[in-house]
Design a protein around this ligand. Structure first.
Ligand code: SF4
Ligand code: SF4
Length: 296
């Protein structure tokens, strides 16, 4: 099975809607695919797809300090050592759960052994369906930490689901940014699709995302969304891509029908198949399908 991850560095450039449309078109072309939504802070792939909810389960991918007050001598050494200011020391120590990173330093210094670091539920994995496509979506709990570990869980579950259904492709909607969740989402990927737009801020974030991919030696290509927004910025982007050895996979023109489709809870490629953006995305899906057929 091949794994492709869609990343952008920057949020708001159309990564999730492009992943959804790409997944839909590849499945329409007869490919068995599983989608993974690893944007666990704001999962919305299922909404873009208009997918049906299937099932949900809690995930324990975080650790928090827990104090046994019967053993606590109120020395407050734990509050002094916590680098995250997650223990408030008044008359007795209180753990601020949302900021506790589960590092265990407080448990080490506690003279009475009153602190243990325990696993806690910090998110959910939701299974949804869109036609023949299974979607595995992670959802971080409000104010919870360890999103990178949750993404790791989502990828593992998605691989299991893909193997069970005999899928040949796992397509992952990656999180924005360049941090731990992004690294977890691209781990094990054969190829990355980088989505950007011709603006200075998207360009800067693309460069950072490309650097992460270089570090992990994941080959990648670029999709320029809203490509006709600013010609000079696009030329700068294309020149940098040539220098960085990143091929152009597709240019998707700005097309008001795309947001109109999203506003209706539908995919543009489904309800406006002849729109300029839909034709460009269809061309992209054919490029990706050809790459997969060639064994890339
Ligand atoms: S270090 Fe241990 S004994 Fe001291 S206040 Fe904290 S929990 Fe209580
Ligand atoms: S586990 Fe680490 S972050 Fe959490 S309260 Fe203890 S020292 Fe602070």
């Amino acid at each position: 099975m091949k794994e492709i991850v869609v990343l952008s560095g920057k949020g708001g450039v159309g990564k999730s809607s492009l992943t959804a449309a790409l997944g839909h078109l590849l499945a329409e072309g007869g490919r068995r695919i599983t989608l993974a939504d690893t944007d666990v802070d704001a999962p919305n792939l299922h909404i873009v797809l208009g997918a049906e909810f299937d099932s949900s389960s809690g995930v324990t991918a975080s650790n928090k300090a827990v104090i046994d007050y019967d053993r606590c001598s109120r020395c407050l050494k734990c509050a002094e050592v916590c680098k995250f200011a997650s223990i408030i020391g008044g008359e007795e120590p209180v753990v601020i759960s949302y900021s506790c990173e589960g590092c265990g330093a407080c448990a080490i210094v506690c003279p009475t052994g009153a602190i243990t670091v325990q696993p806690v539920e910090n998110g959910r994995i939701n299974l949804v369906r869109h036609g023949s496509i299974r979607v595995v979506a992670g959802e971080l709990g409000i104010g919870e930490s360890s999103s990178g570990r949750l993404v790791d869980f989502v990828k593992k579950r998605a691989r299991q689901e893909a193997a069970l259904s005999g899928c040949s492709l796992l397509l992952t909607d990656g999180p924005p940014g360049i941090g731990c969740p992004v690294i977890a989402s691209l781990k094990g990927s054969d190829y990355a699709v980088l989505v950007t737009e011709p603006t200075p801020s998207a360009f800067s974030d693309l460069q950072r995302a490309a650097e992460v991919l270089r570090g992990f030696k994941v080959p990648a290509g670029v999709v320029i969304n809203r490509a006709d927004m600013h010609q000079k910025s696009k030329e700068t982007l294309l020149a940098w891509m040539a220098e960085a050895g990143l091929p152009l996979l597709a240019e998707i023109p700005y097309d008001p029908q795309l947001p109109q489709a999203l506003a209706q809870g539908c995919l543009g490629v489904v309800i406006y198949p002849d729109a300029p953006s839909s034709l460009a995305i269809r061309q992209l899906s054919e490029t990706v399908a050809a790459m997969l057929d060639d064994g890339h």
